[in-house]
Design a protein around this ligand. Structure first.
Ligand code: CDP
Length: 257
């Protein structure tokens, strides 16, 4: 069977591990292979941002804030035909076991870039010429899958800001641990497993706006992991919709509608 290999990767085979990730078909945090971690979504958590959202996804804690559309400076960055989307992903120094040096590094620059591209593919940028839409994803606590949690939060924050979008973005990862394809890897599984495959989708249009792969999969495993991640992202979409609907109802009730 042909194997897909992308980028410089460290697979489970190369990492010495003294941890058993699966016992009797159950993962170390008690989940089955196709189970998501517990996810909690909140809207409008920041007063000064135009839109915001907070996501707890397993042990991940993620905040997203949106500012804009607003005038962009310096002026030479302006585009008279559309808004410029800028997404910054930041892993807080205290979010990981070993203090991370503050500021951007290669990893966060990469995640900011792919997140910007994913988000601008759903935002109706042409409606806001000469402006910018700034999106900040702050990872307060990390436990693998932060880019998926970040994109899920960012898309909710955009909706909270009332920015017109063609679709939401929902994200989820699948991967391979101890030879099994599983949904939504947590940190130990990400560290000691064989592969991580995060994706972000446009759930209504059924498109993929982000797909990355760290590790090795056979083609069959890839197909299986992609389907699992897609179905996981659709479950996240249902939770996002529920959160948005609840918020609309709450606003409506508060305003006496
Ligand atoms: O978080 P995500 O799975 O999207 O990205 P990753 O690059 O695969 O990182 C997996 C996990 O490694 C992160 O969620 C963090 O828990 C951890 N990590 C860390 O401990 N220190 C870093 N400097 C970067 C990542």
């Amino acid at each position: 069977m042909a194997e897909i290999e992308i980028g410089e990767v460290e697979t489970g085979e190369h990492i010495k591990k003294d941890i058993q990730l699966i016992k009797d078909g159950i993962r170390i945090d008690g989940r089955r292979f196709d189970e998501l971690r517990k996810i909690t979504l909140k809207l409008g958590v920041l007063k000064r941002a135009d839109g915001s959202a907070y996501v707890e996804w397993g042990k991940n804690k993620v905040l997203a804030a949106v500012y804009g559309p607003r005038e962009i400076f310096p002026k030479f960055l302006q585009n008279p035909t559309r808004s410029i989307v800028r997404c910054i992903y930041n892993l807080a120094p205290f979010s990981v076991d070993e203090r991370k040096r503050p500021g951007p590094d290669r990893r966060s620059v990469e995640i900011s870039k792919v997140s910007t591209e994913a988000l601008e593919s759903v935002i109706m940028c042409e409606r806001f010429p000469n402006t910018t839409i700034d999106i900040f994803i702050e990872i307060l606590q990390a436990d693998a899958g932060t880019r998926c949690a970040g994109l899920t939060a960012a898309s909710l924050a955009l909706a909270d800001a009332g920015i017109p979008m063609k679709d939401l973005i929902s994200a989820c990862a699948a991967g391979k641990i101890e030879g099994h394809v599983v949904l939504d890897l947590m940190k130990e599984e990400d560290n000691y497993g064989e592969c991580d495959l995060p994706i972000a989708i446009m759930p209504r249009k059924k498109g993929i706006v982000l797909l990355q792969m760290d590790g090795k999969l056979t083609r069959d495993e890839f197909d299986k992991a992609l389907k699992l991640a897609y179905d996981g992202a659709m479950k996240v979409y249902e939770m996002q919709k529920e959160t948005l609907m609840k918020n609309i109802t709450e606003v409506g009730e508060g305003d006496g509608y």
